[in-house]
Design a protein around this ligand. Structure first.
Ligand SMILES: CC(C)(COP(=O)(O)OP(=O)(O)OC[C@H]1O[C@@H](n2cnc3c(N)ncnc32)[C@H](O)[C@@H]1OP(=O)(O)O)[C@@H](O)C(=O)NCCC(=O)NCCS
Length: 187
């Protein structure tokens, strides 16, 4: 008897327990590039990740892996942030990508929550992000907290958000954030 044809969406029917979310290893790099290219439909974000890696400023990079395939990635990179001469240890969250066929299944959230937890463990005090409040608000990012943080992106209204990993690290003072050069080199 002929074997039944495989269910066409079987690769999507993976239980969350078969998904691994962990820090990247060198073996993941091609998969990370592919995930960003597919999720954004262009190569800018994959190039950004490559440049951040070359600059040596990646603070944390997590991958989601299903059946040996990288299906998502998030990168946190070190920022320079000062308030009247005092340095604040902060990171930028960008980019984050999940392969189109794997979106809306909690993978982006899992990556971001894992990355935030590790950045906190590594002693970072705050995280900055540019994006939609509807998405990033659920992780605690707030446009209000970012109001006193100045950077080339700080005039983007509610898209410019911050999160304190150490309570009080951002509030009540004016801050100047400088992004890694890669952000200026890549559109
Ligand atoms: C944004 C992205 C990383 C989210 O990953 P994901 O695994 O699909 O997201 P999750 O399953 O964790 O979360 C799903 C929720 O996020 C919301 N969401 C997803 N993308 C969103 C977006 N661009 N803006 C606002 N909300 C978004 C969904 O509506 C859903 O909301 P609900 O929980 O209220 O139903 C993914 O959609 C992606 O790779 N998009 C293309 C690249 C991109 O835009 N990256 C972010 C740049 S700021």
């Amino acid at each position: 008897m002929k074997a039944p044809a495989p269910y066409p969406y079987q690769t999507l029917a993976v239980a969350a327990s078969e998904r691994e979310i962990r820090e990247e290893t060198p073996a993941d790099i091609l998969g990370i590039t592919a995930a960003h290219n597919a999720a954004f439909g262009r190569s800018n974000e994959a190039v950004l990740v490559e440049q951040l890696r070359k600059e040596g400023v990646i603070a944390a990079s997590f991958v989601a892996v299903e059946q040996g395939r990288v299906v998502g990635n998030v990168v946190f990179s070190q920022l320079s942030m000062f308030s009247s001469g005092d340095a604040i240890s902060a990171v930028a969250l960008a980019p984050v990508a999940v392969l189109p066929d794997y979106q809306l299944r909690g993978i982006g959230s899992g990556l971001i929550r894992s990355g935030l937890a590790l950045c906190k463990l590594r002693g970072y005090d705050a995280v900055l992000v540019l994006g939609s409040f509807r998405y990033y608000g659920r992780f605690g990012f707030s446009p209000n907290l970012a109001r006193n943080v100045h950077s080339p992106y700080s005039d983007l209204g509610d898209h410019w958000m911050a999160l304190e990993l150490r309570s009080g690290s951002l509030s009540g003072r004016s801050l100047e954030a400088t992004y890694p050069a890669a952000f200026h080199e890549v559109d």
